[in-house]
Design a protein around this ligand. Structure first.
Ligand SMILES: [Ca+2]
Ligand SMILES: [Ca+2]
Length: 217
């Protein structure tokens, strides 16, 4: 996309008053597979979930962690299924925009756009505004997935940064770098919720997150 830096201070939904939100007209926003997460943004919070979960100004609604079968040193927040995970931030410095980035681990039989066993979506809500809602599927799901969007249908695992690297053998696993920037925001606190639309069992399909980043600009 490449327009992130030029319009990051304007956002996809301009704030109408300090701390107020206007929902973006499109969801999905920017998905920049940035090699470094902080391009254009000042790091406020990072979390790799390798040790104690949290840190100054950061409280997670859950601190359950796990490691993938293929790498005991790759600890992540999870696994989740039909769940909502919330990060509450406080003490944000003066800013006009937020940027959120994290690794999303899609584990086992995600069904993408399949309307029988899915659709299986990941969603991100910031201070009550839905900013990201995309489906993800694994090979064998002919229905495809909505990610990386912003519109259309894509083959399973499109936009992935890794496929089959985590060691889950039921269908597959996929790592995506989810990037949601240009979030018009000025308040000193932020509530970031990540949830799914899964309705099959956690042993069938689940997810986790890793390498979380929040930046301000
Ligand atoms: Ca980790
Ligand atoms: Ca499903």
């Amino acid at each position: 996309m490449g327009s992130r830096l030029s319009r990051r201070h304007f956002g996809v939904g301009a704030a109408v008053a300090a701390g107020a939100w206007v929902a973006p007209s499109v969801i999905g926003l920017d998905r920049v597979a940035a090699a470094t997460p902080s391009g254009g943004y000042t790091t406020f919070y990072t979390e790799d979930f390798q040790g104690a979960v949290g840190g100054p100004g950061a409280a997670w609604s859950t601190t359950i962690t796990d490691v993938p079968p293929a790498d005991a040193n790759r600890r992540f927040l999870g696994q989740f299924n039909a769940d909502t995970v919330t990060l509450s931030l406080s003490g944000l410095p003066a800013h006009d925009c937020l940027c959120i980035e994290f690794d999303f681990y899609a584990i086992q039989s995600w069904d993408g756009n399949n309307t029988g066993t899915g659709p299986d979506a990941l969603e991100v809500v910031v201070d009550g505004a839905l900013l990201f809602s995309e489906t993800f599927g694994h090979p064998g799901q002919a229905a495809g997935q909505s990610y990386p969007g912003p519109s259309g249908v894509f083959p399973a695992q499109s936009g992935a940064v890794e496929t089959g690297t985590l060691g889950y053998t039921f269908f597959s696993d996929t790592v995506y770098r989810i990037v949601i920037c240009d979030i018009a925001h000025t308040a000193s606190t932020a509530t970031i919720s990540i949830s799914d639309t899964l309705f099959q069992s956690i042993g069938d399909e689940s997810w986790g997150i890793d390498n979380f980043f929040v930046g301000t600009a």
